[in-house]
Design a protein around this ligand. Structure first.
Ligand code: OGA
Ligand code: MN
Length: 295
């Protein structure tokens, strides 16, 4: 069966049929998927059958794997180091309590962000697979929303495009967590993850489109007074997350969603946290810092 695509949003997001992500892919399939990523920025695969090893094997078709923050820290984990545990479960498969610090850290995913922008070499592709999805309730459905940062850039007025041309932002995991009230980082990462500079406007290597590269991690504009930089960053995030740029994914078990962190932002939505939500992410690293890439 050959691969086909159905667009799920007027601007981006393709649903892929004809690919079994749990089996080895040939070079033509990988090339077709890379092409689709450059075009759609988010790919949805329904009814997949993955375990952690198969999910990692699929991701390795696209680059080297990033080790998540908790995988780098000396903490007990439910899953192997390469898998970002996007669940509300602890090491004993019990739902985390409301006051669990690991839960607080995960709540950072509810802020609009792009993965790993706080690393010198940020994340490229994230692949999130749904093992268990909560039932919808008054607290929500636990959807994930995505914003098309290419379209958001294109829609800026010319004066703003001129103003932000060439600017560099500092990204810091401590800042996204500080916005939720953290005064220190959960995994004592201060020395491991200092604030890093990233271009505010980058050119996507595949599509050659300009992209607004902002996130909840972005805390300053280099060379600007801090409050002025923060206001600009906030305005840009507000602009980029207007409804016309946003796709909302309602999870079904067996969904694999792949997104390009170089072209999108995303955030998780609330749900009844007495229910199990077990999603697991494997992520590829980009090849260089945005400062070392063509602007
Ligand atoms: C992530 C993330 C949001 C969600 O996996 O990187 O931000 O909906 N997830 O769980
Ligand atoms: Mn994320």
């Amino acid at each position: 069966m050959s691969m086909s695509l159905r667009q799920l949003h007027p601007l981006f997001v393709g649903q892929v049929s004809g690919i079994d992500t749990g089996r080895p892919l040939d070079a033509a399939q990988v090339a077709a998927l890379n092409h689709a990523i450059d075009r759609y920025a988010v790919l949805v695969f329904r009814d997949q059958d993955l375990d952690d090893e198969r999910q990692m094997a699929f991701a390795r078709n696209f680059g080297d794997l990033e080790i998540p923050r908790s995988g780098q820290a000396a903490v007990r984990r439910r899953l192997r180091a390469e898998i970002a545990d996007i669940s509300n479960l602890d090491e004993n498969q019990a739902v985390r309590g409301r006051d669990d610090p690991r839960r607080f850290d995960q709540l950072g995913n509810r802020l609009w962000h792009t993965d790993g922008s706080f690393r010198r070499v940020p994340a490229a592709l994230s692949m999130l697979y749904a093992h268990k999805v909560p039932r919808p309730g008054p607290d929500g459905k636990g959807e994930t929303e995505f914003a098309d940062m290419r379209a958001a850039y294109d829609a800026l007025d010319d004066a703003t495009k001129a103003k932000i041309d060439g600017l560099v932002a500092l990204h810091d995991i401590a800042w996204s967590r500080a916005q939720l009230g953290f005064t220190e980082l959960l995994f004592n990462e201060r020395d491991v993850l200092p604030a890093v500079p990233q271009r505010l406007v980058r050119v996507h290597p595949g599509s050659k489109r300009k992209v607004l590269y902002v996130a909840a991690h972005a805390c300053e504009i280099v060379g600007w007074p801090v409050p002025e930089g923060r206001l600009l960053l906030r305005e840009l995030i507000e602009h980029a997350t207007q409804r016309e740029f946003v796709y909302r994914h309602e999870w079904r078990e067996g969904d694999l969603v792949l997104w390009d962190n170089r072209a999108t932002m995303h955030r998780g939505r609330s749900f009844d946290e007495r229910e199990v939500r077990d999603l697991r992410r494997v992520t590829t690293r980009d090849i260089a810092s945005t400062l070392d890439q063509v602007a």
